[in-house]
Design a protein around this ligand. Structure first.
Ligand code: ATP
Ligand code: MG
Length: 446
């Protein structure tokens, strides 16, 4: 993309309405624009990031065995009456009436809908287990929408739902999602810590929230410092191997990690030595939850067992805040010049900066680099605007592109361009070919 032809409405001034850094930077970098309270348009740069986050979530869900579907945003109130949640959900639910006076709603979540679908489509224990998921917009009329896309009213969520014959099966499905979440967040360059959540009337230990540690997080978190240092790395996961998944889950849940909702100071102090006690703030980016037959029973979603009995499914639901992640990643990765995108979610992989726009030699070298980088499958933003070098650097650093290729007459005389890393500031003079090879290798392209 040539920046001179792109739509990138960056702002120089700090927007007064933004209280936290990710909201400020998303507005300043021209990623989003508020449509009304808690409702945003995703402008080209923001939309690219959202798409990349989505693609990682899709990929990891399917690797873990979940099957993509797409359910509507508008649901019928009748379905929610069957589970009893139509009245319980309260003012957060956006209720709508159609022209025939039928009561509808804009889905805040999809347990009822998916249970109806699975109930109609699954008959026998032989059809189990299944995990279905979608990535779809949700609406919740939050009391206090704030922090930009982090607590919106309309937001994009990945929600998966598992269907099993019994509790053991449900645990395997739960563990699949647990490990899938670890992989998903790591791929985005994040450290997300699973923390014990409140299981309410369902009880049990099968509910966790995944939180990123960040000063601006809405939740207070209390954890064993050692848990924050765990990482899954490149290990191969056998998703069918129940005991192996359980082992990973056990390792990540072996020590104390809770949010303010479940925190017990006395237990924290008894279990964790003082030097390992970490009290911080966190952003919830995912929540997984086993709820047994809570929806299958009232919605009459049943399955035949091998013994010829008819029983309701055992289920769980598994959410990821896809649009919230765009903000959360910025909270975790920025400096005073702007965003620092992890390579996996960066809107562009490299920016070519022409220091002397209009100079025949510099223009020619940049055009050539630009074409070759595209041919190698790299997503390039070419800053070909007629601007001073300083202004170009400010824009490219603000929007957080991980690598810059800086091209100017002085370097070209010596046959080199500068390759600059946004995170470390490290700079290398390389021939254009070497610089391109380096980038292709970094991003795993030919
Ligand atoms: P919270 O306690 O933050 O309100 P929740 O418990 O209501 O979250 P879930 O219903 O479990 O959240 O939704 C799954 C995920 O969707 C959350 O982990 C979060 O990342 C995201 N999410 C929830 N509410 C919002 C919102 N208003 N704006 C953006 N993302 C949200
Ligand atoms: Mg909520």
């Amino acid at each position: 993309m040539r920046l001179s032809r792109y739509f990138l409405p960056v702002q120089k001034e700090n927007p007064a309405e933004a209280e936290i850094v990710s909201h400020r930077l998303m507005l300043r970098a021209g990623m989003i624009r508020q449509a009304s309270a808690g409702i945003y348009s995703w402008l080209p740069l923001g939309y690219k990031v959202l798409r990349k986050i989505e693609a990682i979530v899709h990929d990891e869900q399917q690797k873990a065995g979940a099957i993509p579907v797409l359910m509507p945003t508008i649901q019928s109130a009748d379905l929610w009456r069957q589970s009893g949640r139509y009245d319980d959900y309260g003012a957060e639910m956006l209720r709508i009436t159609d022209r025939g006076d039928r009561e509808m709603l804009y889905g805040p979540t999809n347990e009822e809908q998916i249970t109806e679908i699975a109930g109609a489509g699954i008959r026998s224990y032989r059809d189990l287990p299944r995990i279905l998921y979608h990535i779809q917009w949700k609406f919740r009329d939050e009391v206090r929408p704030r922090f930009g896309v982090m607590r919106g009213r309309e937001f994009l969520m990945k929600d998966a739902y598992s269907f099993d014959l019994d509790k053991d099966g449900a645990r395997h499905s739960y563990n699949r999602m647990f490990v899938s979440y670890l992989r998903t967040f790591e791929r985005m360059g994040l450290k997300a810590v699973p923390m014990r959540a409140d299981s309410g009337p369902i009880g049990g230990d099968m509910t966790h929230e995944f939180l990123i540690l960040a000063e601006t997080g809405e939740s207070a978190v209390f954890l064993d410092r050692d848990l924050a240092d765990l990482s899954l790395g490149e290990r191969v996961i056998d998703w069918e191997d129940g005991p192996a998944l359980q082992e990973v889950v056990d390792r990540y849940t072996a020590s104390y990690a809770r949010t303010d909702e479940t925190h017990e100071e006395a237990v924290f102090e008894a279990e964790i030595p003082e030097e390992r006690r970490l009290t911080a703030r966190g952003i919830e980016v995912g929540h997984i939850f086993y709820f047994g037959t809570k929806y299958s029973r009232p919605l009459n979603a049943t399955v035949n067992t091998p013994d010829g009995e008819v029983v309701p499914f055992e289920s769980g639901s598994y959410g990821i805040g896809v649009s919230r992640l765009a903000g959360a990643i910025i909270e975790a990765s920025h400096d005073d010049r702007g965003i620092i995108w992890p390579e996996a979610v960066a809107p562009f992989e490299v920016a070519v900066i022409n220091l002397r726009q209009g100079d025949a030699e510099a223009d020619g070298a940049c055009d050539d680099l630009y074409a070759k980088l595209i041919a190698r499958g790299l997503d390039v933003l070419y800053d070909d605007r007629d601007e001073r070098a300083g202004a170009k650097f400010a824009t490219i650093d603000l929007i957080g592109i991980p690598w810059k290729l800086v091209v100017g007459p002085r370097g070209l005389k010596e046959g080199v361009v500068e390759l600059v890393n946004r995170r470390t500031g490290e700079t290398e003079n390389l021939s254009p070919d070497d610089a391109m090879n380096r980038l292709a290798a970094t991003y795993g392209r030919a």
